[in-house]
Structure formats: C-alpha cells, structure tokens
Design a protein around this ligand. Sequence first.
Ligand code: FE2
Length: 159
Amino acid sequence: MSVLDRAELRALVARIAAEPASWRDLVRHGTPERHFEQLWRDDDVDVWVISWASGNDTGFHDHDVSSGAVAVVEGELIEERMVLSGEPIRFHHRAGEAFDFDASHVHRMHQDSGARSVSIHAYSPPLWRMGSYAIGGDGTLRRQSISYAEELRPAEVVV
Ligand SMILES: [Fe+2]
C-alpha cells in the first residue's frame, strides 16, 4: 500500500460507513466533548470514529501534510471553510454523505443540530501534526502546531 489520494480516502470512508458492524461498538454518546476512537492506523492511513454532541466545535484547523475524507453516518455536521475576505462558506454534511479534501484544506467542523452525530474520518498519510488557528491579541491570524494526540485522542487503539 502507499499514500491514498482523495478519491481512495473517500472510497475508504464510504466502504467503512456501509459496514456499521466494524465501528458500531466504538460509538460513544453521552460525553460532553467529541469522542474519538481509532479504528485503524498503519504506515499509510488512519481511520477514526468520532461521536459528536450538540455544541461540539473543532475550531479552524488544517491537517498538516495529510489529505482526508469524512463520511457522516448519523446526524449532521456543519463544515465551514475559511474565507479571508468575508464570512466562511458553510456546508451541511448529512448522514449518508461524504466529502474529501487535500492537505491545503482549512476548515472547522461543528455540530449544533441539537442531536448527536457520528462520522468516519480517514487521513493519509496518517495524522501526526495539525495546525490550529486562532486570532491573536493584536487581531492577526495565528497558527499553532499541535499533535494529533491533543486533538484526536484515542481511547482505545485497534490495529
Ligand atoms: Fe479536520
């Protein structure tokens, strides 16, 4: 195997989404924050099952050198893509839908539907570092490099 491209990542999350027996036991609802479970990790790709509660918000971030794909399998998620000259562009991703992105992508994912959501995420090469964006005290955009482990904390690693 080698690094997966966007189409391969999207096909992977779609295939996993269609096999709930492979991830259903990793869904955890009832926690106030997003709950991450690593379904797979090898040299080329990592796959996560993320359970969302209403109000959960990633903030704007990038995925360093990784491309990715997300399949929503329950509920809905809102994705915002940053626009420097205006309001972010919003996308609603509903159960049964998927999207993919390359390493240049900057987005924010949040869930404020009042209900819970579950999504399957795949990244290639596997996530190691991520960039988290915030507005500094002087109003300028700041990027903080964070470990994927700070953001995507596996409660249980299944390899
Ligand atoms: Fe992301």
